[in-house]
Write a protein of this length. Structure first.
Length: 121
């Protein structure tokens, strides 16, 4: 009989402890909800990621590449340097990625011997 009484006593203590914790959590939740309800919208939003400004160029990258490749066949690094010399500004940290996309997509450019690129006919 003492074992049942002891287990019952432990259950009652544990239940009371859980109920007390529930009341504390609910009170904290009420505080949080009041705070959020009164918070300005700007505080609620996540901070905006820093924006990169798009470079202003007189011609597109494709136009610049067509212009420099029309003179003679060039390798990718030569194309990049020649485009930079035209005054084209890249907004990216790795402009070679942009050059690769341009050269390998579409049908404007074709790979020739020696790793050089020419205009497709």
């Amino acid at each position: 009989m003492a074992i049942k009484s002891d287990a019952l006593h432990q259950y009652a203590q544990l239940r009371n402890s859980i109920l007390k914790e529930k009341v504390e959590i609910e009170a904290r939740l009420v505080q949080i909800n009041k705070t959020l309800a009164g918070a300005p919208e700007a505080i609620m939003r996540a901070p905006a990621a820093p924006s990169r400004k798009r470079a202003k160029n007189k011609m597109s990258l494709k136009e610049a590449a067509t212009q420099v490749i029309s003179r003679k066949a060039l390798t990718k690094p030569e194309i990049l340097e020649a485009i930079k010399k035209t005054g084209y500004k890249f907004a990216t940290k790795n402009p070679m990625n942009s050059i690769n996309v341009l050269l390998y997509t579409g049908k404007t450019f074709k790979k020739a011997d020696g790793g050089k690129f020419i205009l497709a006919k």
